[in-house]
Design a protein around this ligand. Structure first.
Ligand code: SF4
Length: 352
């Protein structure tokens, strides 16, 4: 693909209006019409954009080249219960990313990747196999949402919780969040957007100051530094006390409750003593704990605790007044956990 092609996606209606004036010598309203075709009317080609003059449609098609047709859908898997759909999407440079749609009683959520792969090295995560290839652009993140967002089945929530550490791609992720919120794009409430980080303190503080009151989720996964450092190398840089302090500042500034993700691994972080220690950490925080029984990883010896053990862990938190939920395992049959499908393809490629 010619990298000089102009990608119209990932631009706000205002930016498209400016571009229309500067590059195509057209009135600004043509840019807003283009935005409407892209974001509201699901145009499949420039030929569909019937209220734009024929000559302009041709000029736009030439300027965009192949970018308009991207990303290429490599695979789209639907779980047996049809509640979860996972797309493996190929970008202009051949990189592959995963995006997951979850149909829930309160609406459709999409889990978006922010990088190709991830450099953070969490022990339980398939996305980090092969490290981080590159950051995704705002347009590449937006197109993950639009892969599933349809007029008759709108996406009402976005979680930036797929592959990648969003704080390491801060500017593009923030621009993507603002685009989601733009009424000319989707008009999604900030309260329906969640960013998940492994706990990069500077990023959390920066986000708190932006005036975009989105939900913050922290990957915690342990209640003591020794265990967390074994599971998440980032803990050596930002130990639990620092992460919790930053999360508390975020909650104080935005008024938003912070969610703590806690992947439960039998024999590592799932004992009742660890539940008590976790309750101690959460005391006084505007928080919510989300327990996630790990998807089995045979080569690491990681297995989920029994359902009864997960329940007891949750009850121990509840008894101390800590709000807690247990994540339903969605889409096990289509490898819906973060990065699994892409990792399987990397493994296959490595074997060839
Ligand atoms: S859990 Fe998140 S931060 Fe950790 S390796 Fe996976 S994608 Fe990266």
């Amino acid at each position: 693909m010619d990298m000089n092609n102009l990608d119209f996606w990932g631009r706000s209606p205002q930016e498209l209006a400016d571009l229309m004036k500067a590059r195509f010598k057209q009135p600004a309203f043509r840019g807003r019409q283009l935005a409407e075709w892209l974001y509201k009317r699901g145009a499949a080609s420039f030929a569909d954009m019937t209220n734009l003059p024929q000559g302009l449609r041709e000029a736009l098609r030439e300027a965009a080249g192949m970018t308009f047709a991207l990303p290429v859908v490599v695979a789209n898997l639907v779980s047996n219960d049809r509640q979860t759909e996972k797309a493996l999407l190929q970008l202009a440079d051949g990189a592959e990313i995963e995006t997951v749609l979850m149909r829930q009683s309160y609406g459709n959520s999409v889990c978006v990747s922010s990088q190709v792969g991830c450099a953070m090295g969490c022990a339980f995560c398939a996305s980090t196999k092969g490290g981080c290839q590159r950051n995704l652009s705002r347009g590449e993140m937006l197109r993950q949402v639009f892969h599933f967002h349809k007029e008759h089945a709108p996406v009402s929530r976005v979680v930036i919780m797929g592959s990648g550490e969003p704080m390491l791609n801060y500017d593009e992720v923030l621009a993507f969040i603002r685009l989601l919120h733009d009424p000319g794009v989707i008009g999604m409430s900030y309260r329906h957007i969640t960013l998940s980080t492994c706990g990069l303190v500077d990023g959390i503080d920066r986000l708190a100051a932006e005036g975009v009151p989105i939900n913050l989720a922290i990957s915690l996964h342990a209640s003591d530094d020794e265990t967390r450092s074994k599971l998440m190398p980032v803990n050596l840089r930002h130990p639990i006390s620092q992460v919790l302090a930053a999360a508390k500042r975020y909650a104080d500034k935005t008024g938003r409750r912070v969610t703590y993700e806690y992947t439960m691994i039998e024999g590592i972080n799932s004992s009742l003593q660890q539940a008590d220690a976790l309750a101690g950490l959460m005391a006084g925080h505007l928080s919510h704990v989300n327990l996630i029984p790990v998807n089995p990883i045979r080569e690491k010896g990681f297995y989920p605790p029994t359902a009864a053990a997960v329940r007891s862990f949750a009850e121990a938190l509840e008894k101390k007044g800590i709000p807690v939920s247990v994540r339903k395992t969605m889409g096990d049959d289509i490898a819906a956990a973060c990065g699994q499908l892409r990792a399987q393809r990397l493994d296959t490629a490595a074997r060839h």
